[in-house]
Write a protein that binds this ligand. Structure first.
Ligand code: GLN
Length: 447
């Protein structure tokens, strides 16, 4: 039935780059047989999933929405895929995204745009725009996205669904095509908070193939999810509701704050004075790491290879010129410049210092508060084509999601209202490191 829905509406939506129909139906049949024999095994037995196309799926096309990987069929599964397959979930297809996860509107995909199911004139957000749109349209009950600077939470906000970026290290990045390794985290996108916690239960945990992954300490995110919020202390950074945030977004979040107060939580205004520098710091750090990570796409090892070249140098040059899109090249150039001798101290080191200062601000806040809340985005979804030519403006709009990435803290986006144009608005709840349970608890009570 879901494949029929996908066939019916995804021509318009564009949320899938590849439909895994044959394999999925075969697997579903096998699961049906197991069920008939009463041998249902797996926490997600027969539950369909969508997966962002930068997560490696064995033998199943994985393109990162780039010409560079147009025909790439990986020979192994990402750790998260091993876990979800092990839970008997069924892969429906690979979700569209911004090329190599660089973007916030899904307009940098090499293949096609994604439309927002709430209003097909609007962007779905990005870079996990296909994942969020597919879940919002009911084409899959859940999808995985990746979040380097907001790419799970921002599209979730724009599409009115629930998206979690876990603590850095909570989920193994093995098999996630690297964008900025010190920031990247895989996270679930779902229609409700409980489903989200359930998926995170399955995909999290330490993994010997990712040295930055952390032990799961056997945490169950469903446990205590409906605990009372009375006595909880919540901080709202004043920079999150001031200048640069649309009035309708501020209004929706102020209303959410009242709801938390009615549930017995205390809400105080705090200040994160370093917030104004986070966009610059993020784009310097993320681009630096990207310029190094994307060096592997050289036309030799895998992916696209340009034709008709004579020297090795020419092969590299032409392959990368033809294989990467404009936004990816912009980031590689910026990153290479930032890391070059003479500029490294001026840009890269200073960005890292800012990162430490922000973390200190936020850790200090968490000494007194359980959670930090605010909007996920500065506005609701905008029209396709409206901002794509104003890169700086788009970068600046990541200001609210970036802090959780720079500090490695967990953060969720949940729906909290509609704009005048009837487009969803997201509420962001940030927790201290490894305190996803508190985040889920507040999100669940609010929902
Ligand atoms: N919009 C941000 C960027 O373009 C975030 C991307 C992401 O989280 N993958 O870098």
């Amino acid at each position: 039935a879901l494949f029929e829905d996908i066939e019916k509406i995804d021509d318009t939506l564009g949320s899938f780059l590849f439909i895994n129909k044959e394999n999925a139906l075969k697997q579903a049949k096998e699961l049906d047989e197991l069920q008939a024999q009463d041998k249902m095994d797996g926490a997600l037995f027969g539950v369909p999933m969508g997966i962002k196309d930068n997560i490696i799926t064995k033998d199943v096309l994985t393109t990162c929405a780039s010409r560079m990987l147009e025909d790439f069929h990986p020979i192994y599964d990402a750790t998260v895929m091993e876990k979800l397959n092990g839970a008997s979930s069924v892969l429906m297809g690979k979700n569209n995204m911004d090329e190599f996860a660089m973007g916030g509107s899904n307009e940098t995909s090499y293949f096609k745009n994604v439309r927002n199911p709430w209003d097909t004139d609007a962007v779905p957000g990005g870079s996990s725009g296909g994942s969020a749109a597919a879940v919002a349209a009911g084409l899959v009950p859940y999808s995985l996205g990746s979040d380097t600077g907001g790419s799970v939470r921002q599209p979730s906000a724009f599409c009115g669904v629930v998206g979690m970026k876990p603590t850095y290290g909570r989920v193994s990045r093995y098999g996630l095509v690297a964008f900025a390794s010190s920031l990247d985290q895989i996270g679930p996108i779902t229609r409700n908070v409980r489903d989200n916690a359930k998926i995170l239960n399955i995909i999290s945990g330490t993994n010997h193939r990712d040295a930055t992954s952390m032990p799961n300490v056997d945490q169950d995110f469903l446990e205590g999810i409906d605990a009372d919020l009375s006595g909880k202390k919540i901080a709202v950074p004043e920079e999150f509701l001031g200048e640069g945030i649309d009035q309708e977004v501020t209004d929706a979040v102020e209303k959410a704050i009242k709801t938390f107060e009615e549930m017995g939580a205390t809400v105080d205004r705090v200040s994160f004075p370093h917030i104004k520098y986070v966009v610059s710091a993020y784009y310097l750090i993320a681009s630096s790491e990207a310029s190094s990570n994307l060096a592997r796409f050289d036309g030799i090892r895998y992916g696209y290879r340009a034709e008709g070249t004579e020297t090795l140098e020419e092969l590299y040059r032409k392959t990368r010129a033809e294989g990467f899109g404009e936004e990816v090249k912009r980031r590689i150039l910026l990153g290479t410049f930032v890391l070059s001798a003479g500029h490294y101290d001026q840009y890269y080191i200073r960005a890292q210092k800012l990162r430490s200062k922000l973390e200190a601000d936020m850790l200090k806040t968490f000494e007194d508060y359980d959670l930090v809340i605010g909007p996920t985005t500065t506005s609701a979804a905008y029209d396709i084509g409206e901002k794509i030519d104003d890169k700086l403006r788009m970068y600046k709009e990541d200001i609210l999601t970036i802090p959780a990435n720079l500090t490695g803290m967990p953060s969720i986006s949940i729906p909290c209202g509609l704009s005048e144009k009837k487009r969803p608005i997201g509420l962001q709840i940030i927790g201290n490191h490894f305190e996803e349970s508190k985040v889920y608890n507040a999100a669940y009570k609010f929902e």
